[in-house]
Design a protein around this ligand. Structure first.
Ligand SMILES: CC(C)(COP(=O)(O)OP(=O)(O)OC[C@H]1O[C@@H](n2cnc3c(N)ncnc32)[C@H](O)[C@@H]1OP(=O)(O)O)[C@@H](O)C(=O)NCCC(=O)NCCS
Length: 144
């Protein structure tokens, strides 16, 4: 099992929708937050909290009755922080179509029993693609 990846699958109910039958953005963010939490919990084997959510984009509306796939990959690891790239897709089960619905970056921090930041296992990028994402997060951490 890749301990830097996790996927959650959700079905949504009418209570999660606005008056037009589309899922609220906040509900989608909550699913992303949960997926980021699971992957960081798996990676660190510690309790984690959300420190920030950035670059949240909603690419297409999700409708009630569709199945939502939220995929998380840890793309940067600091001393106690882990930054997670989230990709969300929606599948219309009747038509059999899948489309990109949302994306974002969440930073989670591992905390000890006193809720203080706690070190996590180190990780460094190995491939070009991993390095590119790592550097993108480094830039976000140190704005010019
Ligand atoms: C996140 C939290 C644990 C950080 O604690 P802190 O004492 O300020 O921590 P530090 O300044 O020592 O930073 C610890 C790490 O968190 C990172 N961090 C802190 N605030 C951050 C932020 N807003 N965004 C991204 N990373 C952040 C730091 O970069 C550092 O990373 P590193 O250890 O990999 O170098 C603390 O602010 C907290 O508990 N926040 C509330 C979390 C919460 O309740 N989340 C649910 C949302 S309602």
């Amino acid at each position: 099992m890749n301990n830097r990846k996790a996927e959650l699958i959700e079905t949504l109910l009418p209570k999660d929708t606005n008056g037009y039958g589309n899922i609220f953005g906040g509900v989608v963010m909550s699913i992303m937050d949960k997926t980021a939490g699971v992957v960081c919990w798996r990676y660190s084997r510690q309790r984690v909290v959300t420190a920030s959510a950035e670059r949240i984009n909603f690419h297409s509306p999700i409708n009630v009755g569709e199945v939502v796939y939220s995929r998380a990959t840890i793309v940067h690891v600091g001393r106690s922080s882990m930054t997670v790239e989230l990709e969300v897709e929606a599948e219309n089960m009747i038509k059999g179509t899948v489309r990109r619905a949302a994306s974002g970056l969440f930073t989670m921090v591992a905390v000890d029993e006193n809720s203080k930041p706690s070190p996590v296992p180190p990780w460094r990028p190995e491939t070009e693609a991993e390095l590119e994402k790592w550097q993108m997060v480094e830039k976000l951490k140190r704005p010019a």
